[in-house]
Design a protein around this ligand. Structure first.
Ligand SMILES: C[S@@+](CC[C@H](N)C(=O)[O-])C[C@H]1O[C@@H](n2cnc3c(N)ncnc32)[C@H](O)[C@@H]1O
Length: 292
């Protein structure tokens, strides 16, 4: 299986399964007497998708190394912090791009008047909306779900659903960029820029271009297969050269900050990752960009 222009999926297939995989990791990291994060709905969503391996991960029934739990905890907290800092600074419009099984619109303590837009492919968005509604879980902000492909004219879909380009916005694109062709990534960042009033912030992953060469995607896939996943990440990623998101955003006038993985780990009291998926991707980490 490989990627094609306009390909689609649900939460058990292709790129959609990666959303279930990270939700399973969040469910796992939310377990136990001293959990690393608290995502109270990840479990429910992964059970509803029903892929046996991910259900087993979410239930803590597989042998997932501590490092993998730490990875998802660091990642989750980074994006949580960007959004809660923006809310504290007065931003009331949030856009979660490629929201997958992200439950931030339900679990973060949003100030009154906050609107959270979630964008993902239609069947992904519809699934999460339905499962949480059926379970009686209600959003903690005004949630606006927009089913759209992020290679298409998503700015129009967003604006048709009430997005206000004059208001500052907090954007996150977590676990998305590598699933977009390089030119679609550039276009996505251009669109975000065009829709971002002063005071906006954007967070995404920083991918170290020096590390993302050769066989890295195959090595990542092999690692995740060793942990029981049958997702072939190397068939889902677009691995060719691409402009680093931070460089592109700097050119568009954003003030860009990169938090390397080692520092992100240390900030939460974890040792830097060693022989793991994270170590394979060099100086990668997390990026936040501000629009002044
Ligand atoms: C690794 S998951 C990350 C999900 C979520 N951000 C998280 O961290 O839990 C990748 C997500 O990107 C979405 N995605 C990838 N390419 C997309 C596209 N072209 N249009 C819409 N959604 C896309 C997938 O549907 C999936 O939900």
């Amino acid at each position: 299986m490989s990627r094609t222009e306009g390909d689609t999926w649900d939460l058990a297939s292709s790129v959609g399964a990666t959303a279930t995989s990270v939700a399973a990791s969040r469910a796992l990291a939310s377990r136990g007497p001293d959990p690393l994060i608290d995502d109270p709905y990840a479990d429910l969503l992964v059970e509803a998708v029903g892929v046996p391996h991910f259900v087993a991960v979410a239930r803590g029934e597989t042998d997932i190394p501590e490092e993998m739990r730490e990875h998802i905890a660091v990642r989750t907290r980074f994006f949580d912090d960007v959004l809660t800092d923006a809310a504290d600074a007065g931003v009331r419009q949030v856009v979660i791009l490629a929201s997958g099984l992200d439950t931030r619109a339900y679990r973060l303590p949003w100030p009154a008047g906050t609107r959270v837009f979630e964008l993902d492919q239609p069947s992904v968005i519809e699934f999460k909306t339905r499962v949480l509604a059926d379970a009686g879980v209600t959003p903690s902000a005004t949630r606006v779900a927009v089913g759209v492909d992020l290679r298409d004219d998503w700015p129009k879909a967003l604006q048709d659903n009430g997005f206000d380009a004059k208001a500052p916005t907090a954007w996150i694109a977590e676990g998305l960029l590598i699933y977009l062709p390089p030119e679609a990534q550039d276009r996505l960042l251009d669109h975000i820029s065009a829709l971002s009033a002063p005071g906006s912030v954007l967070a995404t992953e920083h991918m170290d271009p020096k590390a993302l060469t050769g066989e890295w995607a195959k090595q990542l896939s092999a690692l995740s297969r060793r942990h029981g996943s049958d997702i072939d990440l190397s068939a889902l990623f677009y691995t060719g050269p691409r402009t680093a998101a931070g460089d592109h955003l700097s050119e568009l006038g954003w003030r860009v900050q990169v938090l390397p993985n080692a520092q992100a780990y240390a900030a939460h009291g974890f040792d830097p990752p060693t022989d793991s998926l994270i170590a394979m991707v060099g100086d990668s980490g997390y990026l936040s960009a501000h629009r002044e």
